[in-house]
Design a protein around this ligand. Structure first.
Ligand code: CP
Length: 308
C-alpha cells in the first residue's frame, strides 16, 4: 500500500478517497476500537456546524472527540447563528476556523461542505450536504460490512427505498465500486438511483440491476441497505404521501433471504423497518450506529495528524 497522508486533508466526498484510503481509515478505526486512547486529541477543538437536524452524526462526532480527550464547540441548528442575520457561509467558516482545529459541517445545500473547505485552512469534514454525499456514514457502513462479512470484496448488496434523494446510498455505492460489489437498486421508478450515478458505476464495470420488487432479488443479497423516504427533500408533499409507505422490511423477509443477510439502515427509520426485526441477529442497524464512534475517531485523529 502506497504511503497515505491524511493530516490536514478535507473529507468531502467518497470520490476523493481511494480504495487504499478507505481501507486505511477502517484499519485505524479497528485499532482505536481495540485500544482506548483517552489523550490522543487532548488540546484539540472540533467545531460542529449543523444547519440540518441530526442525532447520530452530531452526537457521535462529539462523543468521538471527547473520548479521545478533545473538546467541541458548535451549534445544532443554523437559526441560532449570525447566518440568520444574513452572514454568508463563507464568512461563518472564516471565523470558526480561528476558534477550532477541525470543522464538521452538515448543510441542506449540495456543495456547502466543499465551499467550506475552500474557505477554511483547517480540515473540513462533510457530515452530509443535501442529497449529495455523507462520506463518514459510508466509512461506518464499510466498517460494519467488513465486521459482519469478514471482507468487502465481491459482496452482493441491495439498496432499498429512496435512492433518488438518499445521500448515504450515493456515497456507499461509489465506495463499494472499488471492491467489485454486485449492486441491486430496489426503488419505485420515481425514486430510482439517479442516472449519473448509474453511469459512473457502469463506467467502473460494476454489475448492477434495477427493480422495484425486493422479493425478486433478496435471495442474492449478503447485505440489504434500507433507507427512509426523505420527506424533507420532496418538492411536492403529495408525492411524499404517495411513496412514504412503499416498503416495509420485517422478519418475514428472512424466509426468502440468505440465512446470514445483514440488514442495514443509516437511521433514523420512520416505518420502513418493522421493530420486530430488531431481535434478529440480521438486524445490523444499531451495531452500525455504534460503529460511528471508532470510525469518526479515526477520521478526526487522521486529519488532525494524531495517528499515522
Ligand atoms: N445516519 C445519520 O446521518 O443520522 P443523523 O441524521 O441522525 O445524523
Amino acid at each position: 500500500m502506497a504511503s497515505i497522508t491524511f493530516k490536514g486533508r478535507d473529507v468531502i466526498s467518497v470520490r476523493d478517497l481511494s480504495k487504499d484510503d478507505l481501507l486505511y481509515v477502517l484499519g485505524i478505526a479497528k485499532r482505536l476500537e481495540q485500544k482506548h486512547q483517552p489523550n490522543l486529541l487532548r488540546g484539540r477543538i472540533m467545531a460542529s456546524m449543523f444547519f440540518e437536524p441530526s442525532t447520530r452524526t452530531r452526537l457521535s462526532f462529539t462523543a468521538a472527540m471527547k473520548r479521545l480527550g478533545g473538546d467541541t464547540i458548535g451549534f445544532a441548528k443554523g437559526d441560532v447563528t449570525s447566518t440568520k442575520k444574513g452572514e454568508t457561509l463563507w464568512d461563518t467558516v472564516k471565523m470558526i476556523q480561528e476558534y477550532s482545529d477541525v470543522i464538521v459541517i452538515r448543510h441542506s445545500m449540495e456543495g456547502a461542505a466543499r465551499l467550506s473547505a475552500e474557505a477554511a485552512a483547517i480540515p473540513v469534514i462533510n457530515a452530509g450536504d443535501g442529497t449529495n454525499q455523507h462520506p463518514t456514514q459510508t466509512l461506518i457502513d464499510l466498517y460494519t460490512i467488513q465486521k459482519d462479512k469478514g471482507s468487502l470484496n465481491g459482496i452482493s448488496i441491495g439498496f432499498l427505498g429512496d435512492l433518488k434523494y438518499g445521500r448515504t446510498v450515493h456515497s456507499l455505492a461509489m465506495a463499494l465500486a472499488h471492491f467489485k460489489a454486485k449492486m441491486y437498486f430496489i426503488a419505485p421508478p420515481a425514486l430510482k438511483m439517479p442516472d449519473y450515478y448509474l453511469d459512473e458505476l457502469e463506467q467502473q464495470k460494476v454489475m448492477l440491476h434495477e427493480t422495484d420488487d425486493i422479493l425478486k432479488v433478496v435471495k442474492h443479497l449478503d447485505v440489504l441497505y434500507v433507507t427512509r423516504i426523505q420527506q424533507e427533500r420532496f418538492p411536492d408533499p403529495i408525492e411524499y404521501e404517495k411513496y412514504k409507505n412503499v416498503y416495509k422490511v420485517g422478519p418475514e423477509l428472512l424466509k426468502y433471504s440468505k440465512k446470514d443477510i445483514s440488514i442495514m439502515h443509516p437511521l433514523p427509520r420512520v416505518g420502513e423497518i418493522d421493530p420486530a426485526l430488531d431481535a434478529f441477529p440480521n438486524a445490523a442497524y444499531f451495531r452500525q450506529a455504534a460503529n460511528g464512534i471508532p470510525v469518526r475517531q479515526a477520521v478526526l485523529s487522521l486529519v488532525l495528524g494524531a495517528v499515522k
